[in-house]
Design a protein. Structure first.
Length: 164
């Protein structure tokens, strides 16, 4: 089982993903750790990434997910996965049904409030608007509104993905 927690900046991917992996006994990876330096600098300056910027990053994440499958590992990847094409790159070459996407949803105001309360190495809070504009709502993802305590959100995810 591989779960990709997706959503815009401030949606809680890292917080929820870390707790989900811990509770389910899975490995955890944060896609932010795989961005090349050039991408980090661009985002830190408040400039959104384009598809060309994201392509090598998404391909690296796909290699990570394939390595998990090949090693028989289950895991959680926190990754924005904003467009359908990005999600397609992530699952390329993986067995059908190997990945479950979980969209962490909520209001723009909630995400902006969270971003105002945190310091991130490179994710500029100004990028929220561009991420919301880029987000292509997935049809096949489990959709969870992340507006409660993390433990409650993780419990809901676990109950919902066990039936997928």
């Amino acid at each position: 089982m591989i779960v990709v927690l997706m959503g815009v900046t401030g949606s809680g991917k890292t917080t929820i993903g870390t707790l989900l992996a811990e509770r389910a006994g899975l490995v955890f990876a944060d896609a932010d750790d795989y961005h090349p330096v050039a991408n980090k600098r661009k985002m830190a300056a408040g400039h959104p990434l384009n598809d060309e910027d994201r392509r090598p990053w998404l391909e690296e994440l796909n290699r990570l997910l394939r390595s998990w499958v090949e090693a028989g590992k289950s895991g959680v990847l926190a990754c924005s996965a904003l467009k359908a094409s990005y999600r397609g790159t992530l699952v390329s070459g993986l067995p059908e049904g190997a990945v479950t996407f979980v969209l962490l949803d909520g209001s723009k105001e909630l995400f902006a409030e969270r971003l105002g309360q945190r310091r991130h190495e490179f994710m500029n809070p100004k990028l929220l608007e561009s991420q919301l504009e880029t987000l292509e709502m997935p049809r096949d993802a489990v959709r969870i509104v992340n507006d409660r305590a993390p433990a409650e959100v993780v419990s809901e995810i676990l109950s919902r993905i066990s039936t997928v």
